[in-house]
Design a protein around this ligand. Sequence first.
Ligand code: FES
Length: 299
Amino acid sequence: MASVVAERKPTAFGETQRKDPWWVGPTSVLIGLLIFIIYSTWAGLQGNYFEIREDRAHFAGHDVAPYLSPFYAPLLYDKESPHAWSQEPKPSWWPSFLPFSAAVLILAGPGSFRFTCYYYRKAYYRAFWADPPACAVGEPRKSYWGENHWPLLFQNFHRYTLYIALVFLALLTWDVLLAFWWPTDRAGNYLNGSHQLGMGLGTLIMLVNVLLIAGFTFGCNSMRHLSGGRLNHFACFTCPAGGGQPVEKLRPSYYTWRISTYFNLNHMAWAWLSLLSVGFADLYIRLCAMGIWNDIRFF
Ligand code: FES
């Protein structure tokens, strides 16, 4: 097999012998993540237009579609929404001088899962900190701490944020099912508290979003470890590192590990597609709720 040996290790920041446009990847990640962070922060702080209501100018009145923005799911507090878990406008402990948005109570859950994801770590270490900017490109500092020291030690909590992500995935799946249960008929007439089966473009967008998030979650490296029976390797199933279990006992977990590995092979693509879909689902519902876009009802 042919191999190429670099003549000299890069010593200065940005120095490299690479001739390819290595900076395109980190720059694209920087722009993409910045757009998402700015938009999701803005949308999460609005506290409105997370569902479609009758009075679009004032975000008031009864609901006219069963959609709920994924940025606000689960909707813990809202005095009017049928999605709300509590009809209180906000928690009693919330400081009165601070404006309230229900999204700020929950965004840290899925946010912590993505922030500590192995793929995203690589992506934003390169894009935001240039540490390193890319393979075989000079770094800004000489020492390497890894993730064995604070503050990066917290990245090891990723295995626990997986459980949070699975709870959110279940809740989003439930919201998709509810998105088939309409408070209005096909002509848009309010059913006075009754519901009928239906589907709109928003239902489809919410469905695609939850499938992409599922693909991202199931391909998580912590999920592979969990679905594989929390073994460190299968090849040596009779040695202590393999758990010392008979092969028959390993089989079910081996197949669930294979499924998780299938999603893991394109983890980067799932990461970006699900990020795009979650932002677009909020944008679609928000613009329909504001009356800027009109939702399409299929049946
Ligand atoms: Fe990416 Fe776990 S490694 S979500």
